[in-house]
Design a protein around this ligand. Structure first.
Ligand SMILES: *Cc1c(COP(=O)(O)O)cnc(C)c1O
Length: 429
């Protein structure tokens, strides 16, 4: 064994990873080489795509500076939006620190493009939890429902396929906007590939050509070489503290799409008449640009992390979604550990491996909006960032932990090994 490998092994040991756990990790990794190469190829393609957009729009040093006050004529902000539009092949984009999170971006896209009397349709089942209150599935102040916007939903078939008959029946003269969630989020349904999203959009547009097709793109950006906007989506929406922020953006969301959709969103975000013209970027633009530049490789690291964990835990008989051989369309990995003790040990291992708050021990707690206790491991530079290595789990059947992120694979590998180490130390596997 070469000197460097011996040094690495002893460093793992110094950090508390037993030799057998380290060896298990190496054995698993040696089988993933081909998959890792595939992930690197996607990252390489996307890196070039991002760079191409930077060059085309002549991103300059001046773009990295910010504006204050009203933010009129903010060169960096306007150029960044043009860069996003080029990467996603859309007419326009809204990329702002004033969009506070992914839910806000989605709510903004919906509320600005729907009018009283319109109907919103989800043809892929229940949307992400936080959207239930936006839509009014769970009653909430200011929901779409309060403004007279109705909601229809068609669930996926039991095999994960689209219920084309059901969707056809659900589309009516009121249907104005269709929302398609790419990632499974914290459900057990499969994540949709860009190809499948394209098929669904084509089917819907064939029935009603003028319906707006929006895709919740959270956790999906740069996982494939194409994005939903390349296959017919009128609008794609996401959070900058997930994939496209590259771990550097400290806040923000984006909406990329047709000129009309983006303009509607801008008029709602700021004010009718003002739209995109206002909104100071303050000092945030460098992190947006640099994070976007890093996003393809950061997303690749998160994908490798998820794949490594699936392959490491699978042999123990734990149900992992996706498994280590399926193709991947987002960065979320679910592992059904089957007991509260295991979930806690797993999260302790991740937390202890974090660059921030490694000394903190996570505990299950009653979180607003959840019907059970939840445990979260997150030692992140950006609070709540889920492109950084993070894990969370509701303390209820089937005792599954969901984790995602990993800015560097070397760090995330240690985090995953540390979770296994913790489970072994506690005699839980
Ligand atoms: C994270 C996420 C959201 C919401 O984003 P927040 O930033 O947490 O508000 C919406 N949809 C999906 C699929 C997500 O993964």
């Amino acid at each position: 064994m070469s000197e460097i490998l011996n040094s690495i092994k002893s460093k793992y040991q110094a950090l508390g990873i037993r030799e057998d756990v380290y060896r298990e990790g190496e054995a698993v990794l040696s089988k993933l080489e081909a998959r890792f190469r595939e992930i690197d190829s996607v990252a390489e393609y996307n890196q070039l795509k991002v760079l191409e957009a930077f060059r085309k729009n002549q991103v300059s040093e001046a773009c990295l500076l910010g504006s204050t006050g009203y933010g009129y004529g903010d060169l960096g902000r306007d150029t960044l939006e043009a860069v996003y539009a080029d990467i996603f092949h859309t007419e326009d984009a809204l990329v702002r620190p004033q969009i506070t999170c992914g839910t806000h971006a989605l709510a903004l896209a919906l509320m600005s493009n729907l009018r009283p009397g319109d109907e919103l349709l989800s043809p892929v089942g229940k949307p992400y939890d936080t959207l239930e209150e936006v839509i009014g599935i769970r009653p909430s102040n200011g929901s779409l429902k309060e403004y007279g916007i109705s909601y229809a939903q068609v669930d996926l078939l039991s095999d994960g396929g689209f219920d084309y008959d059901g969707i056809k029946k659900a589309i009516n003269e009121k249907t104005k906007l269709v929302t398609i969630q790419r990632s499974k989020g914290y459900q057990t349904r499969p994540t949709l590939s860009v190809g499948r999203i394209g098929e669904l959009i084509a089917f819907i547009k064939n029935i009603k050509p003028d319906v707006i097709c929006m895709v919740d793109n959270c956790y999906g950006e740069f996982v494939e070489t194409m994005e939903p906007s390349d296959v017919g989506a009128d609008m794609i929406v996401g959070s900058l503290i997930k994939n496209p922020g590259g771990g550097l953006a400290p806040i923000g969301g984006y909406i990329a799409g047709t000129k009309e959709c983006v303009e509607n969103a801008a008029f709602r975000l700021t004010s009718p008449g003002l739209g995109k013209e206002v909104g100071a970027s303050l000092g945030i633009l460098q992190s947006f640009y640099q994070g976007l530049f890093l996003a393809p490789t950061v997303t690749a690291n998160a994908l490798k992390t998820a794949l490594f964990a699936a392959a490491l835990y699978e042999p123990y008989g734990f149900f992992v979604i996706p498994n280590s051989t399926e193709s991947r369309h987002d960065i979320i990995q679910a592992i059904t550990l089957g007991s509260e003790e295991r979930i806690i040990a797993f999260c302790e291992g991740i937390q202890a491996a974090s660059p921030i708050d490694s000394h903190v021990v996570p505990e299950p707690w009653e979180m607003p909006g959840y019907d059970s206790k939840v445990i979260m491991a997150a030692g992140a530079f950006v609070s709540g960032s889920s492109i950084e290595l993070s894990a969370d789990a509701p303390i209820k059947e089937p005792y599954a932990v969901y984790f995602q992120g990993g800015l560097t694979f070397a760090h995330a590998k240690f985090g995953i090994l540390n979770s296994l180490q913790r489970l072994k130390e506690k005699n839980l596997i």
